[in-house]
Design a protein around this ligand. Structure first.
Ligand code: ADP
Ligand code: MG
Length: 409
C-alpha cells in the first residue's frame, strides 16, 4: 500500500495534511470508527476521498443534498478519482451499479433515503466496500439544527456491515449533538476527533445596537478592504447598501429575491473588488472563496453560534488581520424566543439551548473567543487578547486599575 502522504501529493497535489486530517485518515486506514468535527473549509472530504483511493473497494458516501453530491463528484473526478452518484436524478444508474459491483469505483455518493430500501442493502452486500462516510452527520440528531429523519435509517444499514469502517463528518456540533451522533451511528466515544476551530487573525467584537448604520460606518472606516454586512431581511440589505454608500465605498446588495443575473453580477463584482461593501442576507457567502475579506459586520443577532462562526469565518481567510463586529439588540433575542415558541415541540429544547448559548456569547464579559471555542468543544486559554472584552475589559476591571493608580500615587 502506498503511503498516505504520497497519495496526498500524487492525487490531490497537496504538500501536507491540514490540522487533524492526518489523524482522521490514520484512523480510517486502521479500520476504526470515527466522528470528525471540523470547521467548514477545513477539508473534510479529503479524509474519506484519500482512503477511498488507497483501499480496495468503494467508499459509500451519504450526503443530504443532490446539489452537494454533484459538486463533490465533479471535484473528485477532476483529480482522477473514480466516482459516481446514485440518485433519482441520474440517468446512468445501470452503469453505476455495474461499476460498483465490479469494484471499480472509489466513491459512490448516495442520498440517505436510499438506506432504507431492501434493494440497496442487497446491492451493498454484492459490492466490495472499504468505508462508509456520513457527511453532514449532524442531520442524524434531532438535537441538531438540521434533522433529517432518513439519517436514522443508516445505523441499521451500517450494522449489517460491521467490519466496514465508518467516518461521520460535521462542521457543526455542540456537545449534545456530538454525543447524539456517536450514539446514533454506533461510533465509540474515543472515535471523536475535534479540529481546531480558532481563527486567531479575526478580532471579535459584539456591541449593543444604537444606530446600526452609524456603527457599521465606523467599522467600515477602520477596516481597510472589502467587507460583508449581514442584514436580517432582504429589504434591510437594500436599505443598508444605500445608506452605507455614504462611506464612499462601492456598495451592493445581495439576497435571494434579486434577479439571478443581478445577484451573479453583484457577487462577481465583490469577488473582484478590493474595497466593496456587500450588504447581504445569509444567502451570501456559501461557496464564495474570497480570501481578503477584511470585515464581517452583523446588523443584528445571527441565527446561532454555528451560523455566527460560519458567517464571521468568511473574514480573513488569507490569515491577515480581520474584524468581525456584531451589533445586536434585546429585541433580536425576544424575536428569536418567539420563533422558537413556534417550532415543533420535539425540536424546541435543542433550539432553546442553542439560543441560550448565543445569548451567553453576546452578553458575556469574558473573552469572546474562549466562549466560542468552548462551545465547539475546545479548551482555550481564558484570554485571547484579540476580542473586544480582552482589549477593552469591562468597567469593573477599569475601576480596579483606577483604584490601583490612586493607591500608588
Ligand atoms: P469541508 O467539507 O470541510 O468544508 P472541503 O472538503 O470542501 O472542506 O475542502 C475545502 C478546501 O480545502 C478544498 O478546496 C480542498 O481542496 C482544500 N483542501 C483540503 N485538504 C487540503 C490540504 N491538505 N492542503 C490544501 N488544501 C486542502
Ligand atoms: Mg464538506
Amino acid at each position: 500500500m502506498p503511503y498516505p502522504l504520497d497519495v496526498l501529493h500524487a492525487t490531490f497535489g497537496f504538500t501536507q495534511f491540514r490540522g487533524v486530517q492526518a489523524e482522521v485518515v490514520g484512523r480510517v486506514l486502521a479500520g476504526e470508527r470515527t466522528l470528525a468535527v471540523m470547521p467548514t473549509g477545513a477539508g473534510k472530504s479529503l479524509t474519506y476521498q484519500l482512503p477511498s483511493v488507497m483501499l480496495e473497494g468503494t467508499c459509500v458516501v451519504v450526503s443530504p443534498l443532490i446539489a452537494l453530491m454533484h459538486d463533490q463528484l465533479r471535484a473528485a473526478e477532476a483529480v482522477g478519482i473514480r466516482a459516481a452518484t446514485l440518485t433519482s436524478a441520474d440517468s446512468n444508474r445501470a452503469e453505476t451499479i455495474d461499476r460498483f459491483r465490479a469494484g471499480t469505483l472509489d466513491l459512490l455518493y448516495i442520498a440517505p433515503e436510499r438506506a432504507s430500501t431492501g434493494y440497496f442493502r442487497e446491492l451493498l452486500g454484492s459490492a466490495p466496500l472499504c468505508l462508509f462516510a456520513i457527511d453532514e452527520a449532524h442531520c442524524v440528531s434531532e438535537w441538531g439544527h438540521d434533522f433529517r429523519p432518513d439519517y436514522r435509517l443508516l445505523k441499521p444499514l451500517l450494522d449489517q456491515f460491521p467490519s466496514v469502517p465508518r467516518l461521520a463528518l460535521t462542521a457543526t456540533a455542540d456537545a449534545h449533538t456530538r454525543a447524539d451522533i456517536l450514539d446514533q451511528l454506533g461510533i465509540p466515544a474515543e472515535g471523536l476527533i475535534v479540529a481546531g476551530f480558532d481563527r486567531p487573525n479575526i478580532r471579535y467584537a459584539i456591541t449593543p445596537r444604537d444606530n446600526t448604520t452609524r456603527q457599521i460606518m465606523d467599522v467600515i472606516a477602520e477596516a481597510d478592504g472589502p467587507g460583508i454586512v449581514y442584514a436580517q431581511t432582504r429589504a434591510g440589505t437594500e436599505k443598508l447598501a444605500e445608506a452605507l454608500a455614504a462611506s464612499g465605498r462601492p456598495t451592493r446588495a445581495y439576497h435571494a429575491g434579486l434577479d439571478p443575473a443581478v445577484r451573479a453580477a453583484n457577487q462577481a463584482a465583490f469577488v473582484a473588488s478590493e474595497d466593496m461593501v456587500m450588504a447581504a442576507t445569509v444567502a451570501f457567502g456559501m461557496g464564495i472563496d474570497k480570501p481578503d475579506v477584511r470585515f464581517v459586520a452583523h446588523a443584528g443577532l445571527p441565527k446561532s453560534i454555528e451560523a455566527y462562526y460560519q458567517e464571521t469565518g468568511r473574514a480573513g481567510r488569507d490569515g491577515d488581520p480581520a474584524v468581525a463586529h456584531m451589533f445586536w439588540g434585546a429585541d433580536d433575542l425576544a424575536r428569536a424566543r418567539q420563533r422558537i415558541a413556534e417550532v415543533e415541540p420535539h425540536r424546541r429544547a435543542g433550539e432553546q439551548a442553542r439560543l441560550a448559548a448565543l445569548a451567553g456569547l453576546v452578553e458575556t464579559a469574558e473573552c469572546r473567543r474562549a466562549v466560542l471555542l468552548r462551545y465547539f468543544g475546545e479548551n482555550p486559554p481564558a484570554q485571547c487578547g484579540n476580542c473586544d472584552n480582552c482589549l477593552k475589559p469591562p468597567a469593573t476591571v477599569d475601576a480596579t486599575v483606577v483604584a490601583q493608580k490612586y493607591l500608588s500615587a
